[in-house]
Design a protein around this ligand. Sequence first.
Ligand code: AQP
Length: 347
Amino acid sequence: MSEPVQTPQTFPTRIFSGIQPSGGLTLGNYLGALKRFVQKQDEGIETIYCIVDMHAITVWQDPAKLRQQTRELAAGFIAAGIDPARSILFNQSQVSAHVELGWIFNTVARMGWMSRMTQFKDKAGKNSENVSLGLFAYPALMAADILAYKATHVPVGEDQKQHLELTRDIAAKFNNDYGVNFFPITEPVIEGAGTRVMSLRDGTKKMSKSDPSDQSRINLTDDTDTIAKKFRKAKTDAEPLPEDLEGLKDRPDARNLVNIYAALADITPEAVISQYAGAQFGTFKPALADLAVAKLSPITRKMSELMQDTTEIDRILGAGAARANAIARPIVDEVYDIIGMIRSRQI
Ligand code: AQP
């Protein structure tokens, strides 16, 4: 074990989170992540937001599409309210500290921990012999994304909770193995009614940008008619909305629509139920569609305006990457010192 290195005992509040450019943004990404990223920025906390392109390639990505999706995601961040002057916004592959620390964390994380990750099991399915090694190692790189900035808080959707627990285990094991208090034990921030937006075709399955069925999700690029149509066709049951939330217990599709309404309107699911108790879906679905259109269409419009100038988007990502690198580089250099790597190269 190496000589303990002097490190700070407390960690200033710093938010980090990321989204993969593995498809277009969905309502799930917006309510579970993006909307809350903006809130954190507007609370005046230091916020670092990353388009995690190195994660996206853990499943096959067409190069031209990946470029397009990365720019579109950047446009989505800005259109939703991320201000690149107040938050750091960049794409992961422009800051090499992520993959460097990711490799080190591959040596810290245990096979047993990684094997328990349910997202890998879900994504690999019956095909686990044939998926990439990167898909399996994904959560160690995610830990590196967060800890390269010593981020103390990570706003995410419910689906990322287990990966955040792994990040905490990796930080604790690193600190313990090397006798340091170098990495914070990061807190997940999972708040509000939009932390688990479900598929519109199956209320027990997460809404996902890579679901083969486009009807299962609302995309941030969907036009007004498409949004209305998707909500109209969303799977529900024949019962009206109940008098209280308890009445939604065994009705996942209905519960999902109520949660979406609550998250879009910034009210609680209880408040939605008290407003719509006894209403048929023939009444509730159009109201939900109207609300979604009112909230999403200004973002969609702004996204398409921003996409007119991709040079400017690339400039913003490059400038964000330089700021991100200025934070992460010294942290990862210190990690090399802690673990005993010789660092004598002059240039
Ligand atoms: N359905 C969801 N409800 C609430 N939050 C969600 N998030 C994703 N889906 C939902 C949150 O969005 C952030 C970015 O997720 P990601 O793109 O990095 O990966 P993911 O969680 O795997 O999202 P997708 O849409 O399902 O992507 P694919 O299909 O490529 O795997 C995270 O904070 C996530 O919690």
